[in-house]
Design a protein around this ligand. Structure first.
Ligand code: OAD
Length: 225
């Protein structure tokens, strides 16, 4: 079975109603990213940061996967599919994808500020919510400046890819954006984005469309091969 690796970003969830990061003047839902997505921001104002992610978690309950998520899940009928997502939403899983690597964490999980143990946490996190170790819990989000523990696994998956699909990402954030360089030389790469980043890698077919229509184009192309 051929192996399809997918690198997804905020753009795939845009048509589900979740805002991307860089399409709105550097503000993310009205906040400076450095205020809500860094350890320094959390140390300075933990209430604000917890409330910010509480809102994102509530918003996630109100949205649904779109056809791009479902089309990616349907590829599992014919391919081994590994989704490497920068997104902290669970829309790939809710669409039925079974192998999803979250590079930047997951909204529905939490961890102690003192260690890396991950807890399932689908509801609000408040000041005073503590872990077994007695420490405050925080969202399981990889903030700027923090290590990306899943990156080694993601690199290994890319190394065995027969096809790479990149969808809805500005390719601005490393190490995620560097993953495409780990696929073999001849591996075809499809990059779906209405406003794609410049790519100088070979074998990249740019599909300048929204995620939902771009995925239809990719499905058609794959069925012709
Ligand atoms: P960005 O906001 O940087 O980029 C979103 C991309 O989606 C852009 O290239 C848009 O052109 C594209 N886009 C917009 N609407 C789309 C649609 N309907 N269909 C397909 N694509 C569309 O988001 P990411 O690249 O995911 O990190 O950002 C990477 C990381 O930066 C995020 O994971 C987050 C952020 O800071 C953390 O939170 C740690």
């Amino acid at each position: 079975m051929k192996h399809i690796v997918v690198l997804s970003g905020a753009g795939i969830s845009a048509e589900s109603g979740l805002k991307t990061f860089r399409d709105s003047d550097g503000l993310w839902e009205g906040h400076d990213v450095m205020e809500v997505a860094t350890p320094e921001g959390f140390a300075k104002n933990p209430e604000l940061v917890l409330e910010f992610y509480n809102q994102r978690r509530r918003q996630l309950k109100a949205v649904e996967p779109n056809s791009a998520h479902f089309d990616l899940a349907s590829l599992e009928q014919d391919y081994k599919v590994t989704i490497i997502t920068q997104n902290v939403d669970d829309l790939h899983e809710r669409a039925g994808s079974t192998r999803v690597i979250h590079l930047h964490g997951e909204l529905n999980k939490a961890k102690s500020v003192n260690n890396e143990e991950i807890l399932s946490w689908p509801n609000d996190i408040n000041i005073g919510d503590i872990c077994k170790d007695g420490y405050q819990i925080r969202p399981h989000i990889v903030w700027f400046g923090e290590a990306v523990p899943m990156i080694d696994l993601a690199v290994k998956e890319c190394e065995t890819a027969d096809i790479l699909i990149i969808i809805g990402t500005s390719m601005q954030v490393y190490p995620a954006a560097g993953l495409m360089h780990y696929v073999k030389d001849k591996t075809p790469i499809y990059y779906i984005d209405p406003n794609p980043a410049h790519m100088n890698a070979k074998h990249v077919k740019i599909i300048r469309e929204n995620g939902t229509s771009g995925m239809k184009t990719v499905l058609e192309t794959l069925s012709l091969k």
